[in-house]
Write a protein that binds this ligand. Sequence first.
Ligand SMILES: [Zn+2]
Ligand SMILES: [Zn+2]
Length: 212
Amino acid sequence: MGQLNAGIVPVTPFQQNCTILFDMDDKRGVVVDPGGDIDKVLAVLRDNAITAEAIWITHGHIDHAGGAMELKEALGIEIIGPHEADKMLLDNLENQGRRYGIDGVRNCVPDRFLAEGETVSFGGHVFEVLHCPGHAPGHVVYYNRAAKFAHVGDVLFRGSVGRTDLPGGDHAALIASIKDKLLPLGDDIGFICGHGPGGRFGEERRTNPFLT
Ligand SMILES: [Zn+2]
Ligand SMILES: [Zn+2]
């Protein structure tokens, strides 16, 4: 097993960080949150000779899940996650696409929903599933203990937190998810998030105005 690496492909008008997690040695991995611009995602996989084994979804918003079915069909791989509480969002993506004027969006039907405490993996890279509601009711975070890394989706951003004014949003639940589940993992955990630059939990614990 080689080192865990991550590449980011900004997708959709929301510039969402579609993230390719892969093993440096065998170049096998997963695509996290292919919200759209699937041609671009496929080109990055091809240009870097990365084989995607699955699609992992953090939550059911259009910029994260809107292109998942297209990528699933292009590669013949499964969609894993998020938590089932986001089914109502995943079933409503085509309506959202029309509302935001985004073409090619399809409702997302995961092959498997995830629950707190489960693990998902590729190669020997194991990720624990943390159910972190607040931004979306079924939001999950993928945490790799060995690599001290978490993909936090839209739960936490550098210097900010996920918005909670969308259907199913709950600000108190969001802050509880961050303070009770993410920050206790340790100050040295590095994270990638759904929008903008990633960071470290310690920096957020000390300086994020939503958490101090
Ligand atoms: Zn979102
Ligand atoms: Zn987002």
